[in-house]
Design a protein around this ligand. Structure first.
Ligand SMILES: *[C@@H]1O[C@H](CO)[C@@H](O)[C@H](O)[C@H]1NC(C)=O
Ligand SMILES: *[C@@H]1O[C@H](CO)[C@@H](O)[C@H](O)[C@H]1NC(C)=O
Ligand SMILES: *[C@@H]1O[C@H](CO)[C@@H](O)[C@H](O)[C@H]1NC(C)=O
Ligand SMILES: *[C@@H]1O[C@H](CO)[C@@H](O)[C@H](O)[C@H]1NC(C)=O
Length: 576
């Protein structure tokens, strides 16, 4: 007995050292490659991007990924904006400015999902010359506007801290507001998930929408845009309520999508914990923080679902790290482990370790017990202070476990450090798109978390989940009793000048020049926008122009339209 016990301890210790030194070595070698890999794929000077603004990968065949995805771009730029605003890399400002400027233009591009005011913000991807992608695709995808708002708000808060409020209110706020309004009005509609396959409601999408509305409300208040605060806050509470419904209590995991006909075990949920991590929110379970009992239980179920299906995972102990993929039923490119999903597991665990260290204790609940039993078969439900032996046992083993996922990716990274999308489930050889921007970005953020770095809080602490879920106030665009009115106005402008509309009803922002709706110049000199207005209503409106911080109204009198009872209408005006 004694001999076996000692052998086990020695075996564990040797294994732990191996995992951690493999992770240390990979952080040192892969960190610079990942950073270079991200930068090469973005911006007009990116060496592999062929003039792209932020392409997913330079791959142009099998698969063709040389497009700009709203989600991928936002996730990648959020990571870069965190590096810039925290002072880790002060050289990134021009790239970030290119991203926000490009975002403002892309919002105005009419596409198969609609125009800027009729659902076009939900379009998932664009050609890299910023024109619409018109082929068949899984659209809309409603996480993009939320993620983009989160990324730009993070940058805007830094600009405010650094006395540049004019640029924030004049240039960034109109972009942020379009995205937040889209989330406010559309969160309760179905759309395609982050893997672009399932058309339903999706946990990742709902969670990032919640985050965007919360920080959007705080940000709007900070810059004095108080008229939007209560709308965003009301819908944030509604979204948080809906978010709880994805939890499957009997099986102990988060069901990734309401549709799709799969188990629902999906990296979607792990990525959510990582991308909605708030270091100030403790182990809050209602927002599924990385150290919450629900997110930890979910992590175990998710990881375990890949142990027996990938040949490269065979022979690995049931409590050690393995390669993981998007979801166990995946068959895309053969259905393989992905670099970004495997390393996301480690990032969730590093985030959890950061918070336990900060709080000075670990709570083991009935929900998280199976997760913790992987690291100590005798652990029981209870609170373990950082001074206890159990705390040390658990946190040491969990760090080794986390390092193990990095070691798995390290093992299947080719000698030149290039990260494709996937690696083969049987041979471990790289598969699918080469130099995937998101693979590099996910590697960078996991390394940062391993180093104990955290970024700004977004307001997840202490939120109350409403007792009953409501949808009231959402869905105001395209709802019953409205008609789609297209306003076309002939107006010549100078470069950098834009035309807006405001008027006598909510949908036209109640005569507010600050909140006026921007028109599209896609058919310049005709500026155009389609807005859902109340049916059978006399509506007054005016166009305004904004240039270099100055606002100019059309001369009197107001324009007027009486909307039809149903259908649509078009107004043709010339700037006065
Ligand atoms: C504010 O920030 C923008 C974006 O980086 C920059 O173009 C502008 O020059 C800045 N303005 C001031 C006054 O610093
Ligand atoms: C809309 O919200 C309600 C209330 O939370 C929820 O029951 C319903 O599933 C949601 N639908 C979508 C498509 O999000
Ligand atoms: C997605 O699902 C919704 C609701 O079931 C449906 O109205 C819509 O047509 C579907 N979209 C596609 C592209 O299948
Ligand atoms: C443990 O639970 C208590 C009571 O619910 C809570 O105050 C504390 O923050 C929790 N600590 C951790 C590390 O989750």
């Amino acid at each position: 007995m004694r001999f076996t016990f000692l052998a086990t301890i020695v075996g564990l210790a040797v294994g732990a050292l191996a995992q951690s030194s493999a992770a240390d070595a990979y952080v040192a070698s892969e960190g610079p490659i990942a950073k270079t890999g991200v930068i090469a794929n973005i911006g007009s000077s990116g060496s592999k991007s062929h003039g792209a603004k932020a392409s997913a990968s330079p791959s142009t065949s099998n698969p063709d990924y040389l497009y700009s995805w709203t989600r991928d771009s936002a996730l990648v730029f959020k990571a870069l904006i965190d590096q810039f605003t925290s002072g880790e890399d002060t050289t990134l400002r021009n790239l970030i400015d290119d991203y926000t400027t490009s975002s403002g233009r892309l919002q105005q591009v009419s596409n198969p999902s609609g125009t800027v005011s009729t659902g076009g913000l939900g379009e998932p991807k664009f050609n890299i010359d910023e024109s619409a992608f018109t082929g068949a695709w899984g659209r809309p995808q409603r996480d993009g506007p939320a993620l983009r708002a989160t990324a730009i708000i993070t940058y805007a808060n830094w600009l405010l801290d650094n006395s540049n409020s004019t640029y924030v209110t004049q240039t960034l706020w109109p972009i942020i507001k379009l995205d937040l309004d889209y989330v406010q009005n559309n969160w309760n509609q179905t759309g395609f998930d982050l893997w672009e396959e399932v058309n339903s409601s999706s946990f990742f999408t709902t969670a990032v929408q919640h985050r965007a509305l919360r920080e959007g409300a705080t940000f709007a208040a900070r810059i004095g845009q108080t008229s939007v605060v209560s709308g965003y806050t009301t819908q944030a509470a509604n979204v948080l309520c809906f978010l709880q419904s994805y939890w499957n209590p009997s099986a102990g995991y988060i069901t990734a999508n309401t549709g799709g006909g799969r188990s629902g075990k999906d990296s979607n949920t792990v990525l959510t914990s990582v991308h909605t991590f708030d270091p100030a929110a403790g182990c809050d379970a209602s927002t599924f923080q990385p150290c919450s009992d629900k997110a930890l239980s979910n992590l175990k179920v998710y990881v375990d679902s890949f142990r027996s299906i990938y040949a490269i995972n065979s022979g690995i102990a049931a409590n050690a790290a393995v390669a993981t993929g998007r979801y166990p039923e995946d068959s895309y490119q053969g259905g393989n482990p992905w670099y970004l999903t495997t390393i996301a597991v480690s990032e969730q665990l590093y985030d959890a370790l950061i918070v336990w260290d900060k709080l000075g204790s670990i709570n083991v609940t009935a929900v998280s017990l199976p997760f913790f039993q992987q690291f100590s078969s005798s652990v029981a439900v209870g609170t373990y202070a950082s001074s206890s032996a159990t705390y040390t046992t658990l946190t040491t083993a969990i760090r080794t476990f986390a390092d193990g996922f990095i070691a798995v990716n390290a093992k299947y990274t080719p000698a030149n450090g290039g990260l494709a999308e996937q690696y083969d489930r049987a041979s471990g050889a790289p598969v699918s798109a080469v130099d995937l921007t998101w693979s590099y970005a996910a590697t960078l953020t996991a390394f940062h978390a391993r180093g104990g770095k955290t970024y700004a809080s977004w307001g997840a602490a202490g939120l109350a989940v409403p007792a009953t879920c409501s949808t009231s106030g959402s869905g105001s665009s395209g709802g019953a009793g409205t008609v789609a009115v297209t306003f076309n106005v002939q107006a010549t402008t100078v470069y950098g000048e834009n035309i807006y509309i405001t008027g006598s009803v909510d949908a036209l922002q109640n005569w507010s020049p600050d909140n006026a709706l921007i028109l599209s110049a896609a058919n310049y000199p005709t500026w155009s926008i389609t807005v859902n207005l109340p049916a059978t209503t006399a509506v007054q409106y005016k166009f305004i122009r904004k240039y270099n911080g100055a606002t100019t109204w059309e001369s009197d009198p107001n324009n007027q339209i009486t909307t039809p009872a149903s259908g649509s209408a078009t107004q043709a005006d010339t700037w006065r």
